[in-house]
Design a protein around this ligand. Structure first.
Ligand code: DON
Length: 302
């Protein structure tokens, strides 16, 4: 297999696409991003990095951050998180409130917004948001082996000013006694973790540990790594998780900024970015590229 040629062809195919999807409009800073952009980066088990497209362009990782926050929270408190958050797909939109009432305020999984808010709440544990955020950033920087990874304050402020559904979710969780900290503290931390910006090269490197690649910084035990990847497979694309699994056979976590982190266990860590989204709020062209990559390489967990 000629991986560099394959990635170049995915970039060419992306630009030939007639339909890039629609950028997220509910976060004003993201609504201004040009949808006609594409990047893909792959780190292989031998440590080599291959990229095509705008792999040096920083983008808002948004919900991809939930993978790293979950990793930090599990490392900090371990299994007790599961008394507050489930591990089943929800079948609902990422920002849905529906099941929260039916299920007494226990979110279905840590990747829907309600579950991510609880996971962030647990990481906060009475500390200042700055401390929890530096733990998340520290984890990502160590995982990527790169300190030049930061939070875009304008994106965070933009979501803070308009994130009424998340504000509703946090208050709803609090009413069920499933937030320990004040909703404003949890929301502030969550909006800033979502506003971390990275390139696909940085993100693919940061995913090496979750993909279990040899030589990756040892930040996660094999059991945690396997569990996080399993949740990516079953819940990482919200109500589009079944479709993503069906099309790619790989665990992936999407973000509304158009990024997707994909783990090919023991083989590769892949990051793709294209800001236009499909109907489920996941990168349209990014998903198509991963589907094609899986098809051409035969990479699959099955
Ligand atoms: O909480 C939100 O709505 C955003 N900060 C993140 C959502 C997201 O990335 C959903 N992913 N596709």
């Amino acid at each position: 297999m000629n991986l560099p040629a394959l990635l170049a062809s995915l970039d060419a195919r992306a630009h030939a696409a007639a339909d890039w999807g629609k950028v997220a409009s509910y976060i004003p800073e993201l609504a201004r991003v040009d949808p006609a952009q594409f990047a893909i980066s792959v780190v292989l088990a031998d440590g080599t990095l291959h990229s095509a497209g705008q792999s040096q362009t920083r983008f808002s990782i948004q919900s991809v951050s939930k993978v790293f926050t979950l990793a930090c929270t599990l490392s900090r408190i371990g299994e007790s998180l599961w008394s507050r958050v489930g591990r089943e797909p929800s079948g609902d939109r990422f920002d849905s409130i529906l099941l929260l009432e039916q299920e007494q305020g226990r979110p279905r999984n840590p990747f829907i917004n309600a579950g991510a808010l609880v996971t962030t709440d647990e990481l906060l544990s009475g500390r200042a948001p700055r401390e929890a955020l530096s733990e998340i950033l520290g984890f990502i920087r160590a995982a990527a082996g790169d300190d030049d990874i930061h939070i875009d304050g304008e994106v965070a402020a933009s979501e803070q000013a308009t994130g009424f559904r998340n504000i509703a979710l946090a208050n709803y969780l609090k009413s069920y006694d499933n937030l320990k900290n004040a909703p404003e503290m949890v929301l502030g931390t969550y909006f800033h973790q979502c506003a971390i910006e990275m390139t696909t090269e940085q993100l693919a490197r940061a995913g090496r540990g979750i993909a279990g690649l040899p030589g990756a910084p040892l930040l996660l035990s094999p059991v945690k790594r396997r569990r996080i990847a399993a949740l990516m497979m079953t819940c990482g694309h919200y109500d589009g998780s079944g479709d993503f699994a069906f099309r790619t056979g790989l665990p992936g976590k999407s973000g509304v900024g158009g990024g997707i982190l994909v783990a090919v266990p023991g083989v590769a860590s892949v990051a793709v970015w294209s800001p236009g989204l499909n109907a489920w709020g996941n990168s349209k062209v990014g998903t198509e590229a991963i589907e094609q990559l899986a098809h051409e390489t035969g990479w699959s967990v099955f």
